[in-house]
Design a protein around this ligand. Structure first.
Ligand SMILES: NC(=O)c1ccc[n+]([C@@H]2O[C@H](COP(=O)([O-])OP(=O)(O)OC[C@H]3O[C@@H](n4cnc5c(N)ncnc54)[C@H](OP(=O)(O)O)[C@@H]3O)[C@@H](O)[C@H]2O)c1
Length: 246
């Protein structure tokens, strides 16, 4: 990859928030490298700035490592300007409850942490050199559920996101020496495949009186990676319509 165009890696871009993030960067003229377990729709690949979509399972450390190697090979010596750790999972037990302290397999917690916590750590390390070359920015997608008990999210998911919020702070401190900024975006209730119909009941708790859209999150993520935020690192922005105020 060469030229003056800025480059971003976005994980979990086959649908939902990650897809909207990839599209926002594309609309702003960036080149995007994405991954997910599924392909992205064919029309996406017709955009020549959607440089590559790599099929990878980031919950599998070997697959995550292969993704990093393949994406770095595409970059070559070119800088990376942003890494968006978006891919995440909020699993249900075989009985369709969320994984909690008292229900569901404990090994299921390890799977949740592998994707929601360890994958961002592996990718931050794997792309550190390329991000250093680009004086780039990392944005970790955390959650309101990492800060407050959420009625539907489940403890495994919520604690993995709380850990990712903590990791954002530590990454920001350690990666500052590379000239890399690290921030988090914590969405509230965003209309995607991750949420189920019962989430509608939460709308009266949202001061802005609506659920969020993937584009609401994508806009915030994009801005955080821009020069206007050059002195902002170690921060977490709530994209919740004010839900976190209560
Ligand atoms: N929606 C909300 O209300 C909400 C609220 C707070 C935080 N968040 C966070 O926002 C992020 C995106 O959520 P979303 O609502 O857009 O979820 P989503 O619609 O379920 O999309 C998740 C994305 O991650 C990918 N993914 C899942 N498992 C993966 C794996 N093992 N390896 C690689 N990619 C994987 C999925 O693609 P494949 O299935 O093709 O792999 C998909 O592209 C997550 O981190 C989530 O925790 C969402």
């Amino acid at each position: 990859m060469s030229g003056d165009t800025r480059a971003v890696v976005v994980t979990g871009a086959s649908r939902g928030i990650g897809h909207a993030i990839a599209r926002r960067f594309l609309a702003e003229g960036w080149r995007v490298i994405t991954c997910a377990r599924a392909d992205v729709p064919k029309e996406c690949m017709m955009d020549r700035n959607w440089a590559s979509h790599i099929v990878a399972d980031l919950a599998d450390p070997d697959s995550a490592q292969s993704f990093v190697a393949e994406a770095n090979a595409i970059l070559g010596e070119a800088p990376l300007h942003a890494l968006i750790n978006n891919a995440g999972v909020s699993p249900k037990t075989p009985y369709r409850e969320r994984l909690g302290v008292l229900n569901g397999p404990i090994d299921g917690w390890k799977d949740v942490f592998e994707l929601n916590f360890f994958a961002p750590l592996r990718l931050a390390r794997g792309f550190a050199s390329a991000l250093h070359r680009g004086k780039g920015a990392i944005v970790n997608i955390t959650s309101i559920a990492g800060h407050y008990v959420h009625p539907f999210a489940g403890s495994a998911y919520s604690t993995s996101k709380a850990a990712l919020s903590g990791l954002t702070r530590e990454m920001a401190a350690e990666m500052a020496q590379l000239g890399v900024r690290v921030n988090a975006v914590a969405p509230g209730e965003i209309r995607t495949a991750m949420i189920s119909p019962e989430y509608e009941a939460l709308v009266p708790r949202i001061p802005l009186e609506r659920m969020g859209t993937p584009e609401d999150v994508a806009g915030t993520v994009f801005r955080l990676c821009g020069d206007d935020f050059a002195y902002v690192t170690g921060s977490e922005v709530f994209v919740t319509g004010g839900q976190h105020l209560y």
